[in-house]
Design a protein around this ligand. Structure first.
Ligand code: A3P
Length: 296
């Protein structure tokens, strides 16, 4: 039986959380759970879709569903497990994950050092990175809406958490830079959200090729159409509607498919915040070769 924690709040961090070796995680995590995840029994052919939260995870899982049409294990319903046919590693019942058919498509927000890995198996990783200003805004709305965090703080309060890295999964920069350093590995495909927004079709093709599938141009068009923002927003399954009352505060009226644009940060960042943010961004990103477009 998986131990479910409620987490705790502190003077410094006013949302419910769990802290391990300085890293903030969602309250349902525990040391035992992290240990179980790092020892997760991978299988040859497993594909992990990895992101820092709010970077387009569900978008990529939808692309995978449209291309590969993975199925649920017998006796399990989509509602039984977050993500359904492309389950969420951190919250999954690991015995249930074991029953998924080859190849398994699993999503996760774990760091490069914590993600399950086995050099003797042909595991693949798709990492999606999104510019941190839009990630911060998207994460702010998400965290306010989540029941389990019991938090309804302000954007100003949140902005400081984000800069300090005291949000679930820790510092945005630590997280994506560790994945970026490994981007040239053969089994890792590193994609930017902003590039997908610009040209979804070429990314659908790229993802399919990376996973060994050659799509016809008709298929590429069909998948891209099914995975554009308005079609995903209109679909109650992709919009997480079935979990809505369980996961989100009733009053939040939160919609998972919120805006889906590049540049929404402009509606939130003050001039001072932008300056503070840019200082950190420059110090962390300089000479890494990684940069983002912040406006569409
Ligand atoms: P916003 O809150 O800025 O709208 P994740 O799945 O990693 O939690 O990311 C959620 C973010 O991805 C949300 O951002 C959501 O709207 C956006 N998103 C999901 N599907 C999308 C799509 N098809 N096109 C563009 N953005 C999408």
């Amino acid at each position: 039986m998986q131990e479910i924690n409620q987490g705790y709040k502190t003077e410094e961090i006013k949302f419910l959380h769990f802290r391990m070796d300085g890293l903030i995680l969602f309250p349902y995590m525990s040391e035992q759970r992290v240990k179980d995840l790092t020892k997760f029994a991978t299988k040859p052919g497993d594909v992990f879709i990895v992101t820092y939260p709010k970077s387009g995870t569900v978008w990529m899982t939808q692309i995978i569903k449209e291309i590969f049409n993975p199925v649920m294990p017998e006796g399990l319903e989509e509602e039984d497990i977050i993500g359904g046919r492309v389950p969420f590693l951190e919250e999954a019942n690991l015995a249930q994950l074991d029953r998924y058919q080859y190849p398994r498509y699993i999503y996760s927000h774990l760091s490069y050092s914590l993600i399950p890995y086995n050099s003797e198996q042909e595991l693949k990783y798709i990492f999606i990175a999104r510019n941190p200003r839009d990630v911060a805004v998207s994460y702010f709305h998400f965290m306010r809406a989540l029941k389990e965090l019991d938090w309804d703080g302000t954007w100003e309060e949140y902005f400081q958490y984000f800069l300090k890295g005291t949000v679930p999964y820790g510092s945005y920069f630590d997280h994506i830079l560790e994945w970026w350093e490994n981007k040239d590995q053969r089994n890792l495909l590193f994609i930017k959200y902003e590039d997908m927004k610009k040209d979804l079709e070429s990314h659908v093709k790229k993802v399919a090729n990376f996973l060994g599938e050659n799509l016809s141009s008709q298929e590429v068009k069909r998948v891209s159409e099914a995975c554009n923002f308005s079609n995903m927003k209109a679909d109650p399954r992709t919009n997480n509607d079935r979990y809505h009352d369980k996961i989100y505060k009733q009053e939040s009226k939160f919609s998972f498919m919120r805006k889906g644009v590049v540049g929404d940060w402009q509606n939130y960042f003050s001039e001072e915040q932008l300056e503070e943010f840019n200082k950190l961004y420059t110090s962390r990103m300089v000479s890494t070769g990684l940069d983002f477009e912040f406006i569409a």
